[in-house]
Design a protein around this ligand. Sequence first.
Ligand SMILES: Cc1cc2nc3c(=O)[nH]c(=O)nc-3n(C[C@H](O)[C@H](O)[C@H](O)COP(=O)(O)O)c2cc1C
Length: 193
Amino acid sequence: MSVVGTYLKTLTARRTIYALKPELPGEITIKDIQSVVQTIIKETPTAFNSQPNRAIILTGEAHRKVWDQVADGIESPDGKKRPASARDEAFGSVIFFTDDKVTEKLKADFPAYAAAFPSFADHTSGAAQINSWVVLEAMGLGGHLQHYNGYVKAALPGKIPQSWTVQAQLVFGTPATAPAEKTYIKNDVEVFN
Ligand SMILES: Cc1cc2nc3c(=O)[nH]c(=O)nc-3n(C[C@H](O)[C@H](O)[C@H](O)COP(=O)(O)O)c2cc1C
């Protein structure tokens, strides 16, 4: 298969998988995941090459502690289910942040674009999240993307800088089931000459 074919096949294979086992597949180690996420954080493009993306990886006791605290913070029994499953069924989570210090400096340096920089930070974070999700799929992992941002921020280890805004959590493990069926709208990309 061509490089493009392989890339698109992997992109298409990335799916939301909630049913996970708290283990890594085959020969994969947490260091491999760290290295992949490191490369993605480095290479994902950013507005004016400002590089606001930050990430940490939680696993083991740190992972259980954070998700336990998130589940504890939610009142409704139904609402607790997803964070409790992340705690008990996932091997780890990538926590994505953007550094507000970078966005503030951009605003000061380029006042004409100031209003755009917060959403540019969101865009590049989304790109890093989905790049990571696709590569984890290619490594045989499965996962789902969550946004318990305020709860997660409150539960994270103390050494996370105050200026880092939590953007998302990519919860990962070994897939326990195939993904659910997915439907698509008709949505043709047209070429105009
Ligand atoms: C920007 C964005 C935000 C999402 N937020 C959540 C979320 O908070 N919780 C969740 O369970 N899934 C979340 N998802 C997953 C989507 O529901 C899922 O990607 C979509 O239904 C398509 O399914 P697929 O991932 O299997 O292709 C999010 C996805 C994206 C791209």
